[in-house]
Design a protein around this ligand. Sequence first.
Ligand code: SF4
Ligand code: SF4
Length: 416
Amino acid sequence: MFPQNLKDDLDHCFKCGMCQQVCPTFKVMRREYYTPRGRVQIIKHYLERDLELTPELSRLIMSCMLCDACASLCPSGVRIDRLFRLMRVEMDHRAPKTLGKKLLISILKNGDRLRKAALLSRIGQRLLVDVFRTDAKIGAIPLARFPRIAKETFRNKNKENITPARKRSGSVVYFTGCATDLIYHDVGDAVLRVLSQLGLEVIIPRGLVCCSAPLFLSGAVESSLPNIFKNLDILDGVDADAIVVDCATCGAALKKGIPELLEDLGLDTEKAKRVANKVKDVSQIVSERIEELPILRNTTDQQLVVTYHDPCHLVRGMGVTLEPRTILSGIDGIKFVEMEGSNECCGGAGSYQFENVDISSGVTSRKTNNIKATGANIVATGCPGCRLTLTGNMSADDNIDVLHTVQLVSRFMTNQ
Ligand code: SF4
Ligand code: SF4
């Protein structure tokens, strides 16, 4: 599974330890084998057959949150992120799958099953929270702080072609990931409202499915391929100026993860690269044209204090860092305050927070403390996974809302 050039990468690690300084799991666990360098050495010795694929080895590899902070600063250019992902594929092939992973694969690779699972979860959520008023938690998050699953999907609720509210200035395909489709309709509504005010025709093609990042990032690449090919066929087949995403994970998957994956598997990457070239996070589109939006002018002395959390998949997966700040600093009525460690992982990392509760909680506490230290009323972000983690790990007493950046734009827009 490991291409020779990646195997050679392992010899380029001169064990300087620079990666250790930015690794959130090391900051919590304080052990060499929880550093990127330690994990790189584990992979090297595994490939040299000095180490067996034991449950302990798998646990250490899976204790990495794939935040990519290490890969982005390694002075030796070791492609740490790719090595870690390929090691997971190796483990998926060689180690027995847990029941939880089998279930995840079976649900995510089938759009119908995913919708049915969401409906069942909705019923369970209502019963447990509203009727039995349980204080049970999943991971560190109380059930009552999980967002409610929608009755109908966002894609079904909206037309396939949505004409803009203003003179047409172009067209975009809107890739509505699972989170917007099934849970966060408030973000989808805000995206449509803002794009419409920019004069953009929005196309939400029928038949889109999960971007499959949770599958291929867990190592289950074969299970992820049918969804990937289906989405690429649809996205490549629509004539639009850009493909817009509101989810950092979907964006990073389409922009970087999928072309890299297909290349590592020796498959044709032409279509994936064409699609990747058109993918833009919604904050990129909005920041370029924010002057055109009918943003309300603040006529009072009162300003919302807003800070911003960089999702790993947005800042390192898509290279989006200035755009959300440009937007937030450009809204009259918002006082933007930068937090310490804004680009450090929030500790969620998808299902990681439910499987590695102690490490995840340690990482999340650092983030929530940094948020609280800014005195913000709102923390903006660009990833539904981060929104879930941050909302779930702050209490009502903290009085801090977690919103997508585009929701703030929509909130400050007039109705003209
Ligand atoms: S920063 Fe790069 S070269 Fe240095 S220890 Fe980490 S992986 Fe090795
Ligand atoms: S990807 Fe993130 S969590 Fe994993 S080793 Fe690198 S810095 Fe640590």
